[in-house]
Structure formats: C-alpha cells, structure tokens
Design a protein around this ligand. Sequence first.
Ligand SMILES: CC/C=C\C/C=C\C/C=C\C/C=C\C/C=C\C/C=C\CCC(=O)O
Ligand SMILES: N[C@@H](Cc1ccccc1)C(=O)O
Ligand SMILES: [Zn+2]
Ligand SMILES: [Zn+2]
Length: 482
Amino acid sequence: VSRSKGLRGTESQREPRIPSQFSQEQRIAMKEALKGAIQIPTVSFSPKELNTTALAEFGEYIHKVFPTVFHTSFIRHEVVGNYSHLFTIKGSDPSMQPYMLLAHIDVVPAPDKGWDVPPFSGLERDGFIYGRGTLDNKNSLMAILQALELLLIRNYIPRRSFFIALGHDEEISGINGAQKISALLQARGVQLAFVVDEGSFILDGFIPYLKKPFAMVSVSEKGAINLMLQVNTTTGHSSAPPKETSIGILAAAVSRLEQTPMPNMFGSGPLMTAVEQLANEFPFPTNIVLNNLWLFRPLVSRLMERNYVTNSLVRTTTALTMFNAGVKVNVIPPVAEAIINFRLHPAQTVQEVLKLAKDIVADDRVQFHVLDAFDPLPISPSDDQALGYQLLRQTIHSVFPEVNIVAPGTCIGNTDSRHYLNLTTGIYRFNPIYLQPQDFSSIHGINEKISVQAYETQVKFIFEFIQNGDTDVEPVPHLHEL
Ligand SMILES: CC/C=C\C/C=C\C/C=C\C/C=C\C/C=C\C/C=C\CCC(=O)O
Ligand SMILES: N[C@@H](Cc1ccccc1)C(=O)O
Ligand SMILES: [Zn+2]
Ligand SMILES: [Zn+2]
C-alpha cells in the first residue's frame, strides 16, 4: 500500500529532508521547556477574568526558550490583542499558498483538589509530565515552536509560507485573540490553503470491540447555544405560597429538557464516512453490521447512544450547567434562572434547536434568552484533492506506521479554528497524540498529563509536517486499490 497515495511529488523536493532525530540534550531541553510552560498559570476564569500577568510572562517565556524563532530574518512576530502571538514564516516560493498552525496559550482553572501533583507544578512522574495544559493545549503550542526552532537551527528554510497563531483566550471564546488575528490577516488579503488546530486525537479504546487505535481528523465542529431560561412570578411571604413558584416551574422545564434528548442524527455528517472506513477493523459480526448500514442503521444508531462520548457524536447534547434562584428562606422567589449549554450536531442549526427546545419546555411562563449561539462549522474537504487533510494523513502514516485508519470526524468541543472561516475552507482539528477515555476525562478535569515520549513524538510530527508542507504539487486523485 502506498502510504502517500493522494499526494504526488513528495519525493521530488528540491532540498534534502532534515531527519527528525534529536540529540539527548535536545530531548531533555524540549521536555524542560514544556514543564516551564505548564508552570505559568495562564488561566481563563471567565470572559472578564483572565490572568494577564501570566499571559504577559508567557510571551517573555517563549522568547527565552525559542530564541532562534525570534531572531530569524524570514520570520515576523507580532503581538495581537495584547497577549496573542502571530508568526509569519516567509517561504522561498511565493507561488505556494500558505497554511496556518494554531494553538492556544490559556487553560481552564485547576483547583489543587484531586490532583496527584499540583496542577501548575509541571512535575514529571513515571515518564509523564503532569499539569493543566499538558493536553489542552500547551503541548501543541510548545511542540509547534519547538519543532520550528529545531528546524531553524538546522538551517531549514521553508518553500511554502506558513503562519503560527497562538490565541490567549480560546477557553472564553477567542474573540480577543483568534478573531483579531483572523481580521488582521483578512485585512492583509491573506487566503490560506488550510488551518490545523487542536480538537481530535489518535483514539484508543473509545469504541467497544475496536481493538486498534485510529486517527480521527475532525473536519467539522459542533455548534453551541448558551440558553438562559427565566421564570418571573409574584413574590411574597412563604407562609402562604402559591401553588407553583418560579423555582418549581423552572425546575420542571429544565428537567423536561434533560429527559428529552434532542433527536439522534446518526446517518448524516462526517461520522458515516468514519464508520465506513472503520467497518473492516471490527471483528465478526460487527464488521458485517457496519458494512450493511442500509439494514442495520437503527441498531448502530442506538448503540452509539450507549456511551456518552459516542452519544455526543450522534446528537445535539443538552447540558444543564447553571441554576440560580431564591433570596431568603422565607421569601417566595421572584425569579429563577437556569443556563443550558447545547452542543449542536453538524446537521442542525441554532434555529432548529431553539424551536425543539421551546416545544419540549412547552410553557409560556418560561422565557428564553439566547446568551450566545453559533451554528456548527461547515464540513472541510477530506477527499484526495484536500491538501491539508492529505498532508495530515501522510504525516500520520509516516510517524505512526502502526495506525491503519485516518478517518474524518466531528470535534465535540469548540476551538479557535472557527474564527478562521473567512480565510480558508480547509479547517482540520488534530493532535498527533494517543488518547484513551481516561485521558479524555483529564482534559478540563484532574491529573491532565502527557508522557515525555508522546510529547517528543508530537514535536517530531510537526517537524515532519512542516517539511511535508513544502510539497510542490497539489494532491492528485488516485485509483482506490481493490
Ligand atoms: C465510529 C466513529 C466513532 C467515534 C469516535 C469516538 C469517540 C471520540 C470522540 C471524541 C473524543 C475526542 C476528542 C475530543 C477532545 C477534546 C475536545 C475538543 C476540543 C477542545 C477545545 C478546548 O476545550 O480547548
Ligand atoms: N473550547 C471550549 C470553550 C469554548 C466554548 C464555546 C465557544 C468557544 C470556546 C469548549 O469547547 O468548551
Ligand atoms: Zn479546553
Ligand atoms: Zn483547547
């Protein structure tokens, strides 16, 4: 099997390839650099509270650990929105369309409770570096700059230009970081061949009966709605209560929403392609079932609902995340408020989900206030012509030869990449890291960690990916082997 099918011309690069081998000293330096990044508590607490001291310190830190990146004549560095960073790496061939690598500096909060080591210590234990941001997303950020630094000190000059955009407020929407970088590039007339961001992994153990890990490259991303429900009633003395209070009415409404899941949308979106590609990886009889979805679609769609991760791929999810009411023990509460966080399946829109939610609540006393909302992201191409997808595929096969399947998927979280729709139609979300269900729980949870070996492999992946990006011909169609 030709590992580079779909891409032609990779062998005919003019410059010799720089092998992705690093000295013992470089390997120690790279893990120490990651630990230092974890120790800077760049926490986004809420849209108004972010640790700006730490964000500023982070800017100084990357100057210190990646000096060559900042002292190379063909690299321009700009600070955007006070704490975000944009690097423009000018390639030698201006006819090649540039691409962009993304990562974010900020992390979600991490109270010490429950962690084996303090979350901002960056301590190494049993071959793992622990801490908030080791998977989301300082690993990517540091690996991108580290790979570039290592390429530069070996005198690498890219042919294809590229950008590196490091946002500082991804966890609270990206509007001061990614969105400003995107606007800046748009004003400069930049169009990108593709963008690569966080948001998916080499998945290991997420699907029952599927023994081998597979790489999921997310080509879409769920939409989101933060919906506030509010009930106002007349207040008064609790000694003579009305039949229903604002709390009772609202509690019943949110309970109906939780008890009535949004429709199962299995059968539309990128998931079908993934299932087709994975079918033969399953043992009998699952392989037969997955190869005959014309017959077994209802069965498979029900099986997907059984686990909360696969469930999130087949429907718009409904999460009750906040509830506030009551002012005093003996006062009838005048107002009760709840917030529901919906994550929208790629085949639904904000309007459709709001309509469904209204029908489920079915109570005019409950007011709907949409706090913020956006539709699911368009599906990026994953065919033989899709340069970004094919470069990822090629690099995955060369760095992880044991991974047989690279399949398109949907990112269940939201990423900064959604702010770059104006610059490209090719948005891919993929981190070259093995992820198991327990690792997934550590993201935004406790004991987030990365193995030293996985981090080194991530650096190697980007080191190879950047060089693969210099391929001078666009992808060509290929005939599928039988
Ligand atoms: C048949 C194909 C089926 C299945 C795949 C099964 C499960 C995998 C799905 C999702 C789990 C993997 C990745 C999600 C991880 C992180 C969230 C994404 C973005 C993070 C954004 C952020 O919070 O900064
Ligand atoms: N990335 C985070 C925060 C976020 C939510 C919604 C929009 C933008 C960012 C998430 O998916 O939960
Ligand atoms: Zn996150
Ligand atoms: Zn993230």
